[in-house]
Design a protein around this ligand. Sequence first.
Ligand code: TYM
Length: 347
Amino acid sequence: MADAVQTPQIETGKFTPRVFSGIQPSGGLTLGNYLGAIKRFVEMQESGIETVYCIVDLHAITVWQDPDKLRHATRELCAGYIAAGLDPQKSILFNQSQVSAHAELGWVFSCVARIGWLNRMTQFKDKAGKNRENASVGLFSYPTLMAADILLYHATHVPVGEDQKQHLELTRDVAAKFNHDFKTDFFPLPEPVIEGVATRVMSLRDGSKKMSKSDPSDMSRINMTDDADTIAKKIRKAKTDPDALPSEAEGLKERPEAKNLVSIYASLADMSVNQVLAEVGGKQFSAFKPMLSELAVAKLSPISAEMDRLMQTPDEIDKILRNGADKARAIASPILDKTLEIVGMVR
Ligand code: TYM
């Protein structure tokens, strides 16, 4: 288990350091998205590196989205970014479909990536399930668009949760193959930044499953829009085991549910797991769960209140996204142009 949260070490190579990451506006934000991704986004923004954060609406439509709900979820995600501490003056915040270069580079990369590579993607297997023949083509080729998102900005660092690791490896493979095929060093090989104590927040009902917005049970996750009573109820009902908490991380090894709740506490409190256990070791869950609820409500309520406030003025959100898209386009266009020139398109 990872220990204390550290500010990521960014090294400069041939490419100027630039951070890119994205979240799908497919349903609401979960605590997993917040701890595994957005909290890291904010830390990276504050470290002074150029940061580009996208709302990947083109990715969201790889599975059916009701158009009105998609628009709402896109604005709500933008509100979530800002409420959690992303500042449109410091980071570029935009939605993917406003920068058409994503789709264009995505096409080029779908001609670089191999079917065999995509066949190995575990997330496609999970999402398509048994009904693979009926999945959209976009769901299958999804990682090539993700590679385009990242490489379109020559991003060097990509903060994500653990579930995106394989997609990041594919992004590096696409960059390496493109560079090799066209005898160039045009694209960087971006580094995944998977750090902190909550890179894989698990379901509250089953410690072997990831906390996910698509889980049919709402009790399995904490949503960023849940009120204090709902958060407390979900934590109270969270699955645990009968033992007291150990006083060192080692003691959580075979206890996935206990490990998950302690990791959530550690991440929310900006502590290491061992620091938390030094304080709560020996306590029963009946004593620890109220502490966790109190902390979660204290950290999440101001964010959800701010999200509510921002959602009162959707026009303002749309303006922020349009401005962000203008800034994103200014970086992306020359990179797309150069890519097409390298490939041999007449310009
Ligand atoms: P998405 O929308 O599923 O999740 C957004 C981010 O949240 C993280 N995350 C979690 N972290 C810890 N524990 C969890 N239970 C948990 N659930 C989600 C994810 O790892 C992710 O960082 N393919 C991406 C979106 C994407 C993207 C990109 C990301 C598209 N283009 C370019 C980075 C760079 C996805 O579906 O994330």
